[in-house]
Write a protein that binds this ligand. Structure first.
Ligand SMILES: *[C@@H]1O[C@H](CO)[C@@H](O)[C@H](O)[C@H]1NC(C)=O
Ligand SMILES: [Cu+2]
Length: 168
């Protein structure tokens, strides 16, 4: 029979793992969101998953962030009436898999400054459809969720009690 200490650790891991696994991407790293930076090179080799966050950082008023479709990306055009993000510290949570396109719609920043980013978002880490294969952490979580014998109660308590804070 598992001791309650182990149970508590597993229960907490089961609840918190999804948020621990989520990654926050600072777009362009130290460079931030600006003109004349190769965002495709920046995104190359990175894996974006549902639940991850994108942070676009720039001096407010100088740039913005507009989510567009593939056509808007190619043409550097934001559809009329689209709301731009303008805070200078715009954080987007990736909520669905698939291709996403973002541009800056200020001046000619997109066309002349190549200020645009496209990424492909994969399924949530730890979900059955996520690739690549599950990490040891998510395997541990799966074990926790299916109820390591004797831990079920603790996990139920943790899952019932904590998600209100974590699962935003
Ligand atoms: C892209 O968005 C524009 C403007 O909203 C729209 O007219 C066009 O049909 C969209 N294209 C695709 C491929 O969805
Ligand atoms: Cu700009």
């Amino acid at each position: 029979m598992a001791s309650s200490k182990i149970c508590i650790v597993i229960a907490i891991a089961a609840v918190f793992a999804p948020s621990i696994l989520a990654t926050e991407f600072m777009i362009g790293d130290e460079t931030g969101w600006t003109t004349n930076f190769d965002y495709q090179a920046w995104a190359y080799g990175k894996e974006f998953h549902v639940g991850d966050k994108l942070v676009f950082r720039y001096p407010p008023g100088v740039h913005n962030v507009v989510r567009v479709n593939g056509t808007g990306f190619e043409k550097c055009e934001a559809p009329a009436g689209t709301e731009a993000l303008t805070t200078g510290e715009d954080t987007l949570t990736l909520t669905s898999p698939g291709k996403k396109w973002y541009i800056c719609s200020m001046g000619n920043h997109c066309k002349s400054g190549n200020m645009r980013l496209t990424i492909t978002v994969l399924a949530e880490l730890g979900s059955p459809t996520a690739s690549p294969s599950p990490s040891p952490v998510s395997a541990a979580v799966a074990t926790g969720r299916t109820g390591l014998s004797g831990c079920g109660g603790w996990i139920a308590v943790a899952i019932a009690g904590i998600p209100g804070i974590v699962m935003v």
